[in-house]
Design a protein around this ligand. Sequence first.
Ligand SMILES: [Zn+2]
Length: 299
Amino acid sequence: MTAALPALALALGLAGASAEVSPARAHPGDAVLVTVRGAVAPPAGTLLGRTLRFFDAGGDVWQAVAPLPTEAPAGAADLALTAAGEPVPVTLEILPAAFRSTTLDIPPRFLEPPAWAKAVMARDQAALGKAYAQPFGPPGFTVPFQLPADHERSGRFGDLRVYNGSTAGAHYGLDLAGPTGAAVAAANDGVVVLARDCYMSGKTVLVWHGAGIYTAYLHLSKMEVKPAARVRRGQRVGRIGSTGRSTGPHLHWGAKVDGLWVDPESLMRLDWVEARATPTSTPTSTSTPTPTSPPAPAP
Ligand SMILES: [Zn+2]
């Protein structure tokens, strides 16, 4: 394809919708951003069998954030898009997974919780389920995500964990080994939907960002926000600790997109505003993204 073709198509009024995925090559466990331009109505699509949920990004631009499951096969992703019933060409390459295996020793009460703990965990699960049940809406932020704390990475997303020599489980977050009491900041603007002392994750803060995205801050020594509070990117939500199932002071930073845990650092690589810029647009057709307000907490 030559550069002249899109311009010619525009001049003839033949330009259909176009789309791209950012980044164009991603690992299993990453979040990706799908941007569709030139569509007057919401596009439709699926990625690896999951329905894409688009939000209006201003003008004729639509975006969806999607998770790549950790077990996604390497190669060209199964991705299909349509706008106004017409197929929109788009590609995404999934790179091979590179998860590691690590061994940890933890107190036995966390591997085989006593009966009383199981009752506590059931109540925790109910509270978490309610917190994650926010309605889908546009993003409540306009800039990329940032690290909630800058410390040594002591555990990476997707690590296979061997606990006390046997039980295995995947690690669905990024561990940052800061000292007890160090500040933990919200990774982006949003609304606090949970601040709770949970059996497994200890003192836990959950922030809802809109666009199907939540970030979680676990094992805190102190929670410094309350549910329904609006927080800004960089605002302190708590302090690093070692509460719950933890082997020492650290922040476990988690991110959920459309119901799946993703590598939170992959969110930091998504540039929402940059992706909306239309490379072939003229001044008259340039869409100006309207600033969106943070999502309102569910009643
Ligand atoms: Zn962790």
